[in-house]
Ligand binder design. Structure first.
Ligand code: CP
Length: 300
């Protein structure tokens, strides 16, 4: 495919190709010949981002791409130009690939259907999908555990608003991992529970090989879904007590940014068994692999 919209369209062998290519880039420490010199990528972030936006920019620059950064406030979208017309404009001036983050679920797929002349990489659309986050999570787990078949991954927290949970469900299960969900009742997601069981948090944590904590997405809450940060941490967070009950070999993941002492105890963010910063580092290798795949029309 010449776009990346979600992980649900990727087969096991396609996922393996991306992981292998990311491993190549990691082994080279990203220092590869600038393959795409003189070609243009644009990053369109309509929602805030630190790690996705900058790791895409690093990945693009390491591949030799010229990077155009779009700012919503200073663009013609404030004059009413649609996203489709913005993409057509970028295509007309020579942009080949656009990385898009947007609050509207499904917008990336909609743009692909319209074929606006530019290849698309979804960097997060509403609560729908965040495929490169799921791929970097997959890469991190594959690097640590090797074969993912039968690996038990507990995804815990604000499931209702989590595009990370959705994209991870598809890629992890395609690779043969066993996903379970947990979190507050007020943040449950029936669409996810059609595909994997929902367990009480202590049960989910006790059996997991990897515990993926999700950020509480306050910016998407339309009503009050929990009482206090302290109460959330005590009931649904990875506290030091819960960490002590994890399996000895089990690791912690979190997509970031972390609400310290809410979903994850402050002391655990930099813990040796935490992958939080390694996930961020791996994001560059995975995004290099994804950009290459998209620019090469799916062939690596
Ligand atoms: N994990 C993630 O998407 O982080 P940012 O919102 O900072 O890009």
């Amino acid at each position: 495919d010449t776009n990346l919209i979600d992980t649900n369209g990727l087969s096991r062998s396609e996922l393996m190709d991306i992981l292998e290519r990311a491993r190549f880039y990691e082994n080279q420490k990203g220092m590869v010949p600038p393959r795409y010199l003189g070609r243009f990528a644009a990053n369109l972030f309509f929602e805030p981002s630190t790690r996705t936006r900058f790791s895409f920019e690093v990945a693009e620059k390491r591949l030799g791409l010229e990077v155009l950064n779009f700012s919503e406030e200073t663009s013609s979208t404030v004059k009413g130009e649609t996203l489709a017309d913005t993409l057509k404009t970028l295509a007309a001036i020579g942009v080949e690939v656009a990385v898009i983050r947007h609050s509207q679920s499904g917008i990336a797929e909609e743009m692909v259907k319209q074929n606006n002349g530019v290849r698309l990489v979804n960097a997060g659309d509403g609560h729908n999908a965040h495929p490169t986050q799921a791929l970097l999570d997959l890469y991190t787990l594959h690097k640590h555990f090797g074969d993912l078949n039968g690996l038990r991954v507990a995804i815990i927290g604000d499931l209702r608003h989590s595009r990370v949970a959705r994209s991870n469900l598809w890629s992890l299960t395609t690779m043969g991992a066993e996903v379970v969900f947990s979190g507050p009742e007020t943040m449950r997601a029936p669409d996810l529970e059609e595909h994997a069981p929902y367990l009480p948090i202590d049960e989910a944590i006790a059996q997991a090989d990897a515990v993926m904590m999700l950020r509480v997405q306050l910016e998407r809450h339309r009503e009050r879904l929990f009482t206090t940060r302290e109460a959330y941490h005590q009931h649904y967070g990875l506290t030091l007590e819960r960490f002590a009950r994890m399996r000895d070999h089990a690791v912690i993941l979190h997509p970031g940014p972390v609400n310290r002492d809410v979903e994850l105890a402050d002391e655990l963010v930099e813990h040796p068994r935490s992958k939080v910063f390694e996930q961020m580092k791996n994001g560059v290798w995975v995004r290099m692999a994804v950009l290459e795949r998209v620019l090469e029309g799916g062939n690596l």
